[in-house]
Design a protein around this ligand. Structure first.
Ligand SMILES: Nc1ncnc2c1ncn2[C@@H]1O[C@H](COP(=O)(O)OP(=O)(O)OP(=O)(O)O)[C@@H](O)[C@H]1O
Ligand code: SF4
Ligand SMILES: [Mg+2]
Length: 332
């Protein structure tokens, strides 16, 4: 069970991960990019949270904040009740990595090209000091688990196909038994023919291990297949979150546009053409804390949208509340 925003919900107490007004800006002053802008959310143990939004909306930055690869300058992030440091020392990072792991879009860049596969798999265990003395045996078991022959143990990353390499990337993330795995577009760089197999592997591993997951993707169909709940990001903010019905009955005008522009949607492929003018206007967008970040593109915009930032709060969709949180004045 996941809840977002300030809440007295029980899941807050049992949350594995809590972001409270977490922010990450690049640059300073008026030209700063608010890549993550006061995001509050929780993820419960074992929960899969899908994270969607157009390119540049801040999904990877949010993932990297939670993974400890970036510091959270404002607000705070808590994992299993412990607040993460603003800046990680190498010792802090090692400790954090034993609980939170990441699967990247480009598995190759996450591995040392001079290491054999067995060494690639043993590396996180050595770094984290886990399963001492059993590292190699465990690495071989993981080769079995991801469907690669054990004779591949002495191969190098460049000797694998993209799909095989991503399987190793996934094994590296799971091998040390983390509590949370962040997958940042793990199949977008793969051939369509192997995407489904890799998604299925992730799904099976999540079910077997009960790990919590943040699954970042552009493919809304994959997200709705995997995720218990989905959060929609726009311009560094979460604009909507909800359960499995979210992608069928989107409430926020941005979620509606995102779904309409996705494959099979009513304006499939028209995102750039249809929104061209608005996208241009987007570059002149006022600072994110002035009003609704979507106000230059929204066809429902009212005066209040230009001055007052909408709060993420529970709203009714099709006359039901269903735990749907939406940041939009229209639905107040
Ligand atoms: N290291 C950085 N330095 C400066 N700006 C950055 C940096 N990383 C990200 N940004 C900016 O922060 C914003 C969010 O980027 P981010 O990569 O998180 O988006 P995203 O949602 O993951 O996009 P995509 O779907 O294309 O991967 C963008 O405007 C991006 O240009
Ligand atoms: S708050 Fe206003 S501009 Fe923002 S999505 Fe809602 S109606 Fe549109
Ligand atoms: Mg990204």
């Amino acid at each position: 069970m996941l809840a977002l925003g300030p809440s007295k919900d029980k899941s807050i107490v049992t949350a594995l991960l809590t972001l409270n007004q977490a922010s990450c800006h690049f640059g300073r002053g008026a030209s700063a990019v608010k890549a993550v802008d006061r995001v509050s959310l929780t993820v419960a143990p074992g929960e899969v949270l899908g994270l969607v939004g157009e390119s540049g909306s801040g999904k990877s930055t949010l993932g990297r904040l939670v993974a400890g690869l970036l510091g959270c300058e404002h607000g705070d992030i808590t994992l299993a009740g412990e607040r993460l440091p603003k800046r990680f020392s190498s010792r802090d990072f090692r400790r954090h990595a034993s609980r939170v792991q990441m699967v990247f879009q480009d598995a190759y860049s996450a591995m040392n090209p001079r290491m054999t596969l067995i060494d690639c798999l043993v590396e996180p265990l050595k770094l984290q000091g886990k399963f001492r003395g059993q590292e190699s045996a465990l690495a071989l078991e993981w080769l079995d688990r991801i469907g690669l022959p054990r004779r591949f143990a002495q191969r190098y990353p460049h000797e694998l196909s993209g799909g095989q390499r991503q399987r190793v990337g996934i094994a590296r993330a799971f091998i040390s038994g983390p509590q949370l795995v962040i997958c940042d577009e793990p199949v977008s760089a793969l051939d369509v023919s192997v995407q489904a197999q890799v998604v299925n592997l992730l799904h099976e591993l999540q079910q077997e291990t009960g790990v919590a997951m943040i699954f970042i993707a552009h493919d809304l169909a994959v997200v709705s297949h995997l995720a218990d709940r989905t959060a929609v990001m726009y311009h560094g903010r979460i604009v909507e979150t909800g359960g499995r019905d979210l992608l069928r009955s989107p409430g926020h005008p941005y979620t509606q546009a995102l779904i309409a522009a996705s494959p099979g949607g009513e304006s499939e492929g028209e995102w750039l053409e249809g929104e061209g003018e608005a996208l241009e206007a987007n570059s002149l967008m006022p600072p994110a804390d002035q009003g609704c970040a979507y106000n230059l593109r929204c066809k429902w915009v009212v005066e209040r949208c230009r001055t007052e930032r909408p709060r993420l709060a529970e709203k009714e969709i099709q006359d039901k509340k269903n735990g749907r949180l939406i940041a939009c004045h229209l639905l107040d």
